[in-house]
Write a protein that binds this ligand. Structure first.
Ligand code: NAD
Ligand code: TDX
Length: 342
């Protein structure tokens, strides 16, 4: 197996850390370098086991910091850069859009400039199905394909779509060897407690109200995080420069059904469910058509939702230290601000 150095930005967050572990396990010969600014969403304790490996390096740094990025690329001479680093929470983007534009648009620009300068073999931009906007609930026949127009709803999705456009511009104008993946909602270990599934698990465990936005009928297409990691692994190793791949496992579920399922698994009463004010501009339904990645790269999701959600709930039960530390700190203020009056 040949050797590669991969820079993983945002590797102390949810999907990035799962990707670090996936790659360390699958490619013991590779050098994995994580660049992460450790914002509120990044957690070094998540990477504790990776830190013990000789072929892993953690670097605290901001993807917007041109000099730091340039120095790191000069030192590591990466073969591949996978960019997970982002502000990722839609609700926060509604409260404060600015940081989303800075991190999610300017960050990729800095990384892509460095990729060109240091002749990196592949830049992979981790994007989202949210760039396609939403689908109506009464048209279950409609899905997002790679040809669906970009049509965004929130400052978060607008910033991610901007980064996608910029990535394709760098590919066409400067010949940057870039690829993009647009994945549906992930779930699994290390998912930050502000997001739907971990928030509901943790509140249920603490017998706190479960805040469901609007009527709870919004639909998301859930994929176990390891299946997303597998898709990115396949893309960065394939001869597919300039391509965009949608990633999703055809697992659409209404929020309210997920919440009820979590309560059932934990043996908690449905009376904990509290319907609260809807998210502004709330997307109704996401649904990915993954035909392209299946037919071109042979990707198939491995974990069914029924198993994945049980594994995830068990992980949160077994890793109370991890999330208790998070929810006892800065996050407490955020929770009060967002849900205090609801
Ligand atoms: P996350 O919020 O859990 O983690 C983001 C990480 O990026 C954190 O470790 C944070 O410290 C780091 N970071 C933020 N700003 C940075 C900066 N300026 N420089 C360096 N590091 C910085 O996010 P996530 O849910 O793991 O999402 C990862 C990526 O996948 C994002 O690009 C997101 O848009 C995309 N995505 C997420 C999902 C999902 O369901 N969570 C689905 C599809 C795509
Ligand atoms: O308290 C809540 N109550 C609620 O009803 C929260 C936090 C969410 N919701 C609803 C809103 C959504 O319809 O649950 C659904 C999922 O919400 P989030 O977990 O915030 O995810 P979403 O907005 O769908 O975005 C996620 O998937 C796409 C990630 O956060 C993005 O980074 C990714 O791009």
């Amino acid at each position: 197996m040949d050797k590669k150095t991969i820079i993983v930005t945002g590797g102390a967050g949810f999907i990035g850390s799962n990707f670090v572990y996936y790659m360390l396990k699958k490619y013991p010969n590779y050098r994995i370098v994580c660049l992460d600014a450790l914002t509120y969403a990044g957690n070094l304790s998540t990477l504790e086991k990776a830190m013990k490996k000789e072929n892993f390096r953690f670097v605290k740094g901001d993807i917007r910091d041109r000099e730091a990025v340039d120095n790191l690329f000069a030192e590591e001479e990466p073969d591949v850069v996978v960019n997970f680093a982002a502000e990722s929470h839609v609700d926060r983007s509604i409260e404060n859009p600015q940081i989303f534009l800075e991190t999610n648009i300017m960050g990729p620009e800095v990384l892509m400039e460095a990729c060109l300068k240091h002749k990196v073999g592949r830049y992979h931009q981790v994007s989202t199905d949210e760039v396609y906007g939403d689908l109506p609930l009464d048209r279950p026949d409609l899905f997002f394909t790679e040809k669906t127009n970009l049509h965004t709803s929130s400052p978060y999705s607008a910033s991610k779509a901007s980064a996608d456009l910029l990535t394709m511009a760098y590919h066409r104008t400067f010949g940057l060897p870039a690829t993009i993946s647009r994945c549906s909602n992930n779930y699994g270990p290390y998912h930050f407690p502000e997001k739907l599934i971990p928030l509901m698990i943790i509140n249920a465990l603490n017998d706190k109200p479960l805040p469901v936005y609007g009527d709870g009928k919004n639909v998301r297409d859930w994929l176990y995080v390891e299946d997303h990691c597998k898709a990115i692994d396949m893309i960065i190793h394939a001869d597919c420069v300039g391509e965009v791949y949608n990633v999703g496992g055809h697992n659409e579920m209404a929020n309210i059904d997920i919440v009820k399922l979590i309560l059932k698994e934990l043996g908690k009463p449905e009376s904990l469910i509290t319907f609260v004010e809807d998210r502004k501009g709330h997307d109704r339904r996401y649904a990915i058509d993954p035909t392209k990645i299946k037919t071109q790269l042979g990707w198939e999701p491995e974990t069914k939702f029924t198993n994945g959600i049980v594994k995830t709930i068990k992980w949160y039960l077994d890793h109370k230290d991890w999330w208790e530390e998070i929810i006892s700190g800065e996050y407490q203020k955020y929770y009060e601000k967002m849900y205090g009056g609801k």
